[in-house]
Design a protein around this ligand. Structure first.
Ligand SMILES: C[S@@+](CC[C@H](N)C(=O)[O-])C[C@H]1O[C@@H](n2cnc3c(N)ncnc32)[C@H](O)[C@@H]1O
Length: 411
């Protein structure tokens, strides 16, 4: 018999294991702890082994949590870097791979210490000297080249060494990351990187990543490149649950936050590529994406709603000079989500339950009730038992709230 105390200690053990690969203090510090907790609570409710889909993978929180609970997690994202990271996070690592990766990291650092390698070219990041000191840049370019030298293309050893490299490049940078945005530290508070032992910093990061790699999940996580506007194109079979945090309609650019990793790992080569990827992403408005919104037109099949039209009118006639662009931004966001929800129906098992963890937004004092518009779209598409459950206030502005928009599908 499993006692309550044993259950508790198993749970703590599980949470610890999970947190090493994911979460705010996991491999890469990208996902807020709160999102991890909500997904955890939702997945923890299900017994047996079910199929769980997350159309907006991000850092693979849902797929990883599903896999650690013994379920089958399947997830898609439009950003190839996040696919690489998600595949790294959900993979199985054998003891032999872990030993080989540790050995490879030691060899890579020896090569760098001896000065025995020509560094890779500096990534074309705008104002790169704001990000890293000259010394840190030399070190990172040489380490990046040494990792390629000691591991094979697409090997698990290279993946582990690159995840650790991502941690180190942020640790050595002048950038301060907080959840919503990235800023640079005050110049007079930047630590003197000359005094930091960069090799030890990388060695520690490798050990941290190996700790997570040794904690393999019992279920499976599959991470696939795909567009959520046509979700069934990338996956097979029916799902019992969808648990996701979709892009918010708040003009936040995920690409902007991920730039340093994406440039260093070769997922981005020019700044224009970043704008193009943001344009492909739902809710993206960075660089080229913003100017394209000016000419944007509705898809022929789109979601019609009096509530949405009223909000858009309010934005267009607001004093703010970007009113028209913002109204187009919002319209495009809901056109995209409409395509997504339409495509989702054929992927759900009868009785399948969906959870969209999403916040509302404001644009120059105009409130956009995203949760109500999701609920209206789901109703039009034939979903049932639709609820918008308020989860928490997002910040001190009292109208900004995060919701779980949930519904069931009965065919
Ligand atoms: C709010 S984040 C997901 C956060 C995630 N739950 C986590 O734990 O990190 C939204 C994600 O949607 C992705 N995305 C945006 N447009 C997409 C599309 N058309 N198809 C698939 N993924 C998309 C973005 O790249 C981003 O990773």
């Amino acid at each position: 018999m499993v006692t309550a105390r044993k259950q508790l200690s198993q749970r703590a053990d599980y949470t610890h294991k999970y947190n090493v690969r994911s979460g705010r203090h996991g491999w890469l510090r990208l996902t807020p702890a709160y999102s991890v907790k909500i997904v955890e609570e939702l997945i923890n409710k299900y017994d047996g082994s079910i199929r769980i889909f997350d159309p907006f993978c991000g850092t693979a929180t849902t797929a990883l949590s599903a896999a650690y609970h013994g379920h089958e997690g399947v997830t898609t994202d439009i950003n190839p870097f996040l696919i690489w990271l998600g595949q790294a996070k959900t993979a199985y690592y054998s003891p032999e791979i872990i030993a080989a990766s540790r050995f490879a990291s030691i060899r890579a650092l020896e090569i760098v210490k001896k000065g025995g390698i020509q560094g890779v070219p500096r990534p074309p990041i705008h104002n790169i000297e704001r990000w890293w000191s000259e010394n840190a840049l030399i070190f990172l370019c040489q380490l990046r080249a040494a990792i390629d030298e000691v591991t094979q293309v697409d090997s698990q050893q290279r993946t582990i060494l690159l995840v650790a490299f991502c941690r180190t490049l942020i640790a050595l940078s002048n950038a301060a990351f907080n959840h919503q945005s990235m800023s640079f530290k005050d110049s007079d508070r930047i630590p003197l990187l000359l005094d930091v032992d960069m090799c030890s910093s990388y060695a520690e990061d490798v050990e941290f990543v190996l700790l997570g790699a040794a904690e393999n999940p019992t279920g499976t996580g599959t991470v696939i490149l795909g567009d959520a506007r046509n979700p069934s194109a990338a996956t097979n079979g029916l799902f019992h649950r969808v648990i996701t945090s979709p892009p918010y309609a708040n003009r936040m650019s995920y690409i902007r936050e991920l730039r340093p990793y994406m440039y260093w790992l070769g997922f981005l080569e020019k700044s224009r590529d970043a704008g193009e990827l943001d344009w492909l992403s739902i809710g993206g408005t960075w660089g080229i994406a913003t100017s394209r919104l000016n000419e944007w037109q509705h898809e022929s099949d789109h979601f019609e709603s009096d509530l949405l039209s009223a909000v858009r009118d309010n934005m267009t006639h607001n004093d703010n000079k970007n009113g028209r662009i913002l109204a187009n931004y919002v319209a495009k966001y809901f056109d995209d989500m409409w395509m997504h929800f339409k495509g989702l129906r054929s992927m759900l098992a009868p009785g399948g339950e969906i959870h969209y963890i999403v916040g509302n937004s404001t644009f120059y004092k105009v409130l956009l009730p995203v949760e109500q518009l999701y609920a209206a779209m789901l109703k039009t598409l034939g979903f049932q038992s639709i609820k918008c459950i308020a989860l928490r206030k997002r910040n001190s502005k009292k109208e900004l709230i995060e919701f779980d928009v949930t519904a069931t599908w009965h065919g």
